[in-house]
Design a protein around this ligand. Structure first.
Ligand code: BGC
Length: 323
């Protein structure tokens, strides 16, 4: 969709060739305007949270709309997920896709600089959905783009993802405080329910009595963490893989980004979705390739600053197949 750069559906065959739509979404534009939830959307200018809705760049403080407790999330009240993008068809030898463009004016949602963003989606015959992002600015700014697709490999609206098996190539996460803002530490996952360095069912430890799981979802527990990828910038190997053992449907994520937000749709409960189906609590997961949350206030984290003359680039690939 040109509105929000949204991926509305991803249809994937299982081992027997039975196709299910594995992406959460809605039937039409009206539903997206009403329910949104960033389903399938391009998120910017800054995906994830910025503490207190403020940051300082080159000695100057910038204030952002606060839309998540005390924080600014996903670019503010009207982020890139709620903007109209210009679309142009792109066609390669073995792929087809669309290039989306958006010019974000200087000062939009409190962010400095006129930002020109291009996101190219390509789908190829090997089942790869490739997202190439590029952006330039005319004033120093901060930037953190992602795609916010929610997946359920059994099919969107076909129950919970608790039996789907996740592997994430990350020995550490950025642990969070009670507002889901990073404490600044890079904490090892070894010995905690956050460890997916060996494949594990998403639901195996989701209810564990763990302070981080309870912060992410105080009622029942849940994953909502930025994983610090072990091989940042390495597109040659997957950063994460999730498989549905019943259907065999699998998604792999490859990315140039240093972080991956793994989120188990903790804040969704009984959301009416496409085709008359309803999305459950824990009914999907996200693999949001990104820089770390609140980086503009964390000089020790990889930088999200973009200056005039530089080009922001990101490539993220979701590969779908049946194992
Ligand atoms: C965040 C969640 C948030 C969700 C909104 C995710 O990127 O990590 O905390 O609730 O986006 O859809």
């Amino acid at each position: 969709m040109t509105w929000g750069g949204i991926v509305q559906a991803i249809r994937v065959p299982d081992r027997e060739g039975r196709v299910e739509d594995v992406a959460l979404g809605f039937d039409g534009l009206e539903d997206y305007l009403e329910r949104n939830r960033y389903c399938g959307a391009l998120v910017g200018r800054y995906a994830n949270r910025i503490a207190g809705g403020r940051f300082t760049l080159d000695g100057r403080e910038h204030r952002l709309p606060v839309n998540n407790g005390p924080n600014s999330i996903h670019g503010g009240t009207v982020g890139f997920d709620k903007r109209l993008w210009a679309a142009e068809e792109v066609r390669g030898q073995a792929d087809a896709g669309v290039a989306l463009r958006y010019r974000s004016p200087d000062g939009e949602m409190g962010y400095p600089g006129t930002l020109d963003v291009t996101v190219r989606y390509r789908l190829d015959e090997a089942g790869r959905l490739t997202l190439d992002y590029a952006a330039t600015t005319d004033r120093p700014t901060v930037l953190n783009l992602t795609n916010h697709s929610y997946f359920n490999l059994a099919g969107a609206g076909r129950g919970r993802v608790l039996d789907q098996v996740a592997w994430i190539d990350a020995d550490r996460v950025t642990p969070v405080d009670e507002n889901l803002i990073p404490t600044g530490a890079l904490a090892p996952v070894a010995g905690t329910p956050l460890d997916f360095t060996s494949p594990a069912a998403i639901g195996a430890r989701i209810r564990a009595d763990d302070p981080q799981l309870k912060r992410a979802e105080p009622q029942d527990g849940g994953y909502d963490f930025n994983y610090v990828l072990n091989r940042p910038g390495d597109l040659s190997a997957p950063a994460a893989r999730v498989t549905d053992p019943v259907s065999g449907r699998t998604v792999e994520c490859f990315t140039t980004e240093p972080g991956l937000q793994f989120y188990t749709s903790n804040f969704i409960r009984g959301l009416p979705g496409k085709d008359g189906r309803t999305y459950d609590h824990w009914g999907a997961f996200t693999l949001e390739a990104q820089h770390f949350p609140d980086s503009p206030n964390r000089p020790a984290f990889p930088s999200t600053v973009l200056r005039p003359g530089e080009t922001y680039r990101q490539t993220t690939i979701y590969r779908f197949f049946a194992a």
